[in-house]
Design a binder for this molecule. Structure first.
Ligand SMILES: Nc1nc2c(ncn2[C@@H]2O[C@H](COP(=O)(O)OP(=O)(O)OP(=O)(O)O)[C@@H](O)[C@H]2O)c(=O)[nH]1
Ligand SMILES: [Mg+2]
Length: 444
């Protein structure tokens, strides 16, 4: 998933603690050293690493243990609490109201893509977004925005020659309740850009000014956030491209330290690949506790009701339901992202799936849908009845190769097995961290 190597180191640290029969000062110190190494490797600023280490040490090595908790439990709880604090502390809140949002940032940070993602985010929450193409510097910028807008069926305003004129006309003409303004990037924040953005701000009078920063900037994200805050004024940060780097944690920590609040994180190129930032959930996923709440939110976004989502996660589904899910999952982004939210994290689950299962989703899923369409109702209800002669009949009926149908059968069985094993987090409820998770209020 996002930040795989960083997450893997943190998972190792947490699972090490479960293995301890006794925790003493030496063990705590060794563990903190390990955490420091992981953080520095992930490009976290050294001063911040020292600060976090101190906080953990102070919290864990306090003289008195809270009632009913062992040192081990205190250690896990504090590691988790302090990581949440470190990566942002508070959950972002985005009002679902009439508003104007200006997106700013340097070249290629993801502003235009994010304008589309934000539109979709508001759209799935019942608002009517419109986008305003204020990037007049790059020749193809307005067309890029139009293309994105077409896919999600959102209007684009681009009348005018100067960015301010375009913005002014859009504010006057639009009837949508959320207006998202895309602006031009630069390779550095200089006086010219600052002045241009300020002028644009005067015309728009935005409710929110979000600075878009790519995660690969790591600790430098903090510097950029401070500079923009000082010269232009911002109300929040959107960190993009969390899917492509192990430095996202460093960027989040640096923004928190700079006093800027991260509102959204972008995890891919598609319009649905963005989520409101919640450090608790984020840390939960990083350390492999899963994010069932996030999963349910995603399911709702694609119109899956909670019961259906739960049944799927518990591995209880017929071929008919599997087909429905294949359709919905296309909307949920890749299945791989869904697995990131399950307890145990993605790597454990992915290892148990047939090779290549998560690649090339679109094509394969279309084939599988055809194959399921060629099954009889009895076969769909009880796929165990599908023997090899039925496999060849289904292949013929759907015009697919035998191996396509076999791969469907294998994947169906395998995914059912894997999901039954994780039971949508239920296995975790009984696992070694159950008590701690309850104390943490992690809702699994
Ligand atoms: N993997 C990944 N790619 C992203 C994400 N957000 C944006 N991108 C990609 O990053 C590239 C740049 O994105 P744009 O949205 O054009 O960036 P911009 O800030 O508008 O760029 P300029 O207008 O040139 O300043 C595009 O190829 C996007 O598809 C993300 O969250 N994950
Ligand atoms: Mg752009």
């Amino acid at each position: 998933m996002v930040l795989d190597t960083f997450g893997d180191s943190l998972k190792k640290i947490f699972s090490k603690v479960t293995g301890y029969s006794l925790v003493d000062k030496e063990k705590v110190e060794a563990l903190i050293l390990e955490l420091q190494r992981a953080l520095i490797q992930a490009d976290v600023d050294i001063g911040l690493v020292a600060e976090l280490s101190d906080r953990i040490k102070k919290a864990v090595l306090k003289r008195e243990l809270p009632k009913g908790m062992s040192m081990k439990e205190v250690l896990v709880k504090n590691l988790y609490d302090e990581l949440v604090w470190f990566l942002g502390e508070k959950k972002a809140v985005m009002g679902l109201k009439k508003q104007k949002i200006l997106l700013i940032g340097l070249f290629g940070s993801g502003k235009t893509t994010t304008a589309g993602k934000l539109s979709k985010w508001f759209q799935t929450r019942g608002l009517q977004p419109g986008m305003v193409a204020c990037d007049i510097h790059r020749p193809a910028a307005q067309d890029q925005l139009e293309q994105i807008a077409k896919r999600i069926k959102v209007p684009v305003y681009r009348d005018g020659k100067k960015a301010e004129d375009i913005a002014k006309k859009a504010v006057k003409k639009s009837k949508e309740n959320v207006l998202i303004f895309d602006s031009a990037g630069r390779d550095a924040l200089d006086k010219v850009l600052a002045k241009e953005l300020k002028n644009l701000g005067k015309v728009i009078k935005p409710d929110e000014v979000f600075l878009v920063i790519p995660a690969e900037l790591g600790q430098d994200a903090g510097k950029q956030a401070s500079e923009f805050a000082k010269l232009v004024g911002i109300t929040g940060i959107i960190i993009t491209k969390m899917d492509g780097t192990a430095k996202g944690g460093a960027a989040l920590a640096a923004c928190r330290a700079a006093g800027a609040s991260v509102m959204f994180i972008g995890t891919g190129e598609k319009a649905g690949d963005m989520e409101l930032y919640d450090p608790k959930r984020f840390v939960g996923r990083l350390i492999g506790y899963g994010d069932l709440e996030g999963l349910m939110d995603k399911a709702k976004e694609v119109g899956l009701d909670e019961d259906a989502a739960k049944r799927i996660l518990e591995g209880k589904f017929t071929m008919d339901e599997f087909r429905e899910q294949l359709k919905s999952l296309k909307g949920m982004g890749s299945m791989s992202k869904m697995f990131d939210m399950l307890p145990g994290g993605s790597s454990a689950i992915k290892k148990k799936l047939p090779a290549g299962f998560l690649d090339d989703q679109g094509e394969k899923m279309k084939k599988w849908e055809h194959a399921i369409n060629s099954m009889t109702p009895v076969e769909r209800e009880d796929p165990d009845t599908i023997n090899s002669s039925r496999v060849s009949r289904i292949a013929k009926g759907s015009g697919l190769k035998l191996e396509d149908v076999r791969s469907l059968m294998k994947s169906y069985k395998q995914i059912k097995k894997v999901l039954k094993m994780t039971k949508g987090g239920k296995s975790f409820k009984r696992g070694p961290f159950a008590k701690i998770a309850k104390q943490l209020g992690m809702g699994v």
